[in-house]
Design a protein around this ligand. Sequence first.
Ligand code: ATP
Ligand code: MG
Length: 391
Amino acid sequence: MKEIILCKYGEIVLKGLNRGFFENMLISDLKKRVAPYGNFSVTHAQSTAYIEPLDDEADIDGAIETAKKVFGFVSIIRAAVAKKELEDIMRVAADYIPQFLAGARSFRAEAKRADKNFPMKSPELAANVGGAILSVMPKIKVDLNKPDVTVRVEIRENGAYIHAGGEKGAGGIPVGSAGKAMLLLSGGIDSPVAGYMMAKRGAAIEAVHFESFPYTSERAKEKVLELAKEVTEYSGKMKVNVISLTKIQETLVRTCDEEYFTLLLRRFMMRLSERVARRNGAMALITGESLGQVASQTMQALGVTDNAVNLPVFRPCIGMDKEEIIEIARKIGTFDTSILPFEDCCTVFTPKHPKTRPDLEKVLEQEKRLNIEELEEEAFATLDTIVVCAY
Ligand code: ATP
Ligand code: MG
């Protein structure tokens, strides 16, 4: 029996005149994703993408798993293909559907005709399909209100598709459709989640990671690259810009008051990230900050941080509890890597009593003690770029 994968569009069905733009991105992304799983044709019509295996070798399970990670689809459905003739539809339904009804007590059949040339009306078609299933599963009940499983027949341009529901898609809108943003990626739990969340809203993601060798290790960097790679399961290929903050941190320790270290460092991170962003065409910064999580994430501290840059700063985790962030980290597969115990540059030279309600004027006074431009130039000169991709 021939199977096909139907991927149903999410929000982009609401896009008016721009729809073609979103659709092209979505389909080209999907094509790239399924290519490693064998010979498939990927086409689209009526708010659905069709992934059709072209030979027996094509790995349908693999293609489904990868399609579930493409932003822009709300459901991914495995279906059997029948000819657009009632007899064939009933035969395929009786043959294909029982495996999905194992253990179910009730079902209902629904039909939808996207192709109105099909000679039978939907309710009648549904009744026939229900009958075909009952003929091979006489014990199962039909329940039109609260069935365990809903079986659907879709009559479309190129064939009739029969299925018992699909799996949830990744949601969101196609990666890149919103432009590029620069993710400040640490080795923690929050920032990979933040990157995932903004990719879901259409941002193409590039990352900056700050290291502080020898205070941070090579393995800490490897861990961050691994995290970036895990995020690319959803976001697609990512460039990671690694910058050393060693000199800046050593200078801060020598020159500034301890309670301001973290804030001053964060302002350096933001400015350097803005520089990388502007150079590489990113229009916003992304961080994993969450209101009140630590001293540098109070409203006052975030105000001081934002003041250092002139790009929008997206903080998708800002209103989330740690538990909620962890739930997403687990779902997207970054959690286990995030909790590997390596040092981060934020955790070296941390003040004992950081300012939780900093006053911007005082922070700016501290910065007057530094040659910011020179320190940034030097840090920028350490930039090293690595490209990662999980597929
Ligand atoms: P955790 O999950 O442990 O909170 P975190 O990455 O959120 O880790 P924070 O100290 O809360 O760590 O940092 C706040 C944000 O600042 C991070 O979400 C990240 O966007 C950015 N950041 C922190 N350290 C770095 C770093 N070394 N390189 C790049 N960005 C960083
Ligand atoms: Mg955090």
